[in-house]
Design a protein around this ligand. Structure first.
Ligand SMILES: Cc1ncc(COP(=O)(O)O)c(C=O)c1O
Length: 393
């Protein structure tokens, strides 16, 4: 019904992933599997909605109609059984901007933000750029999973006294979905220690059939009132370049402070195309989304089986959500620069290097598998050939 197999020519698309390989990646013929864009065209309903709107020729400032809010609410109710109040939604041009606003709104320079590492690298960047200190709560790597170190979390909350926690649910890069018990325990600890929980749920729709996403907004009301929950259609529908997100802030008090900080920074409103795309996605995109996740799940299963059977020297962590594989290359004995060069110039794949997600990520790399299967197979083959050659030496 939908085509995920075609390998497109990204030539005139301005794609950062495909068209800037030389400038940004340092290797023009490496297969790009880094930034979180899929290599698929978005849902036909979104393309049609944008084409219709583009044909009108009117591109002035956009306002947010009630129908848009209803579409967002409808999606989260139907997909996640999460009831969102219309007034709690704050529109902003992306989740990373929302994290900056949250840091400015709820902390002062010099105060700290807690991160569970390894974690999506802009979490570090937000804290650093805004002169906030970082408190790390590293996750424990078990044989088949990453677990929260609650003793360490509690200790850090008590002794380091962070003001915010940035929580990534599901977790990028390790692909963990958190259970209700885990989220509740995190939420209670944050509440107890006066820490506001900023929850990034951008990957919430990308969860495989053997796992389950628990929206933070479905926890107990006192925990939800202490949270800023960041949602967006961008990863689910591969429309990140349109720049849109819907931040859910149930507490009027927190919402007011957040909106004031957003206005202080002069964030412009979201444009007409992101709004049109989001509404079409949430009203008409379910079938495409389900099909895309099924396809990516088959990619995941094939890639995980490949590493386990054909290339056990690279230890693969099977994700429950997100379209990333977290790969452990430490058996190659390369330092971080050597690994980067090896992957780019020998394997000819452009992955995100693990160290950018925190020092626990050294020796790891994150591989984006939201691509046609033929391309995935090509990349796996190239990695295997390069690793075998390296280990022979
Ligand atoms: C966990 C996470 N948060 C946020 C973003 C980016 O959000 P935005 O483009 O809305 O700023 C990404 C993109 O990959 C992500 O993985």
């Amino acid at each position: 019904m939908f085509d995920f197999d075609t390998e497109y020519d990204f030539q005139d698309t301005l794609s950062k992933k495909w068209n800037f390989r030389e400038e940004l990646g340092g290797c023009r013929d490496a297969i790009p599997m880094w930034i979180a864009d899929m290599d698929f065209k978005t849902a036909p309903a979104i393309i049609e909605a944008i084409e219709r709107r583009a044909a009108a020729g009117i591109y002035g400032y956009a306002g947010i109609p009630r129908e848009y809010i209803d579409a967002v609410i409808g999606w989260y109710k139907a997909e996640h059984d999460w009831t969102i109040q219309p007034a709690s939604i704050v529109s902003i041009t992306g989740i990373v901007p929302a994290l900056h606003v949250a840091a400015a709104a709820f902390t002062q320079a010099g105060e700290s933000i807690l991160l569970q590492t390894p974690v999506y690298h802009p979490f570090y960047r937000v804290a650093k750029k805004m002169h906030r200190s970082i408190v790390e709560n590293p996750m424990r790597r078990e044989e088949n999973s990453y677990e929260i170190d609650f003793a360490d979390l509690e200790h850090k909350l008590k002794t380091e006294r962070p003001k915010l926690m940035f929580l990534c649910n599901p977790q990028n890069p390790v692909g963990k979905t958190f259970s209700k018990e885990e989220l509740t325990r995190i939420g209670q600890l944050c509440l107890e220690h006066g820490v506001i929980t900023i929850v990034d749920e951008i990957h919430s729709d990308i969860v495989y059939s053997d796992a389950c996403h628990i929206p933070y907004g479905t926890l107990a009301p006192e925990l939800v009132k202490n949270a800023v929950i960041c949602t967006a259609p961008s990863k689910t529908f591969n429309i990140a370049g349109l720049r849109n997100s819907n931040i859910v802030i149930p507490s009027p008090k927190l919402r007011k402070v957040f909106v004031e900080a957003k206005e202080y920074f002069g964030y412009p409103g979201v444009g007409p195309f992101p709004l049109i795309a989001c509404e079409a996605a949430y009203r008409e995109g379910k079938k495409w989304k389900d099909a895309a996740i099924r396809y990516i799940e088959e990619n995941r299963d094939e890639a995980v089986a490949f590493f386990k059977q054909d290339l056990p020297e690279v230890v693969v962590h099977k994700p429950q959500g997100t379209y990333f594989l977290w790969l452990d290359f430490r058996q190659l004995g390369l330092d971080k620069e050597e690994l980067e060069q090896f992957l780019l110039h020998k394997a000819k794949v452009w992955l995100n290097q693990g160290y950018i997600f925190g020092h626990e990520g050294e020796g790891f790399a994150r591989m984006n598998i939201a691509c046609p299967r033929s391309l995935l197979r090509q990349a796996l083959h190239q990695i295997k050939t390069a690793v075998e050659e390296k280990l022979k030496k």
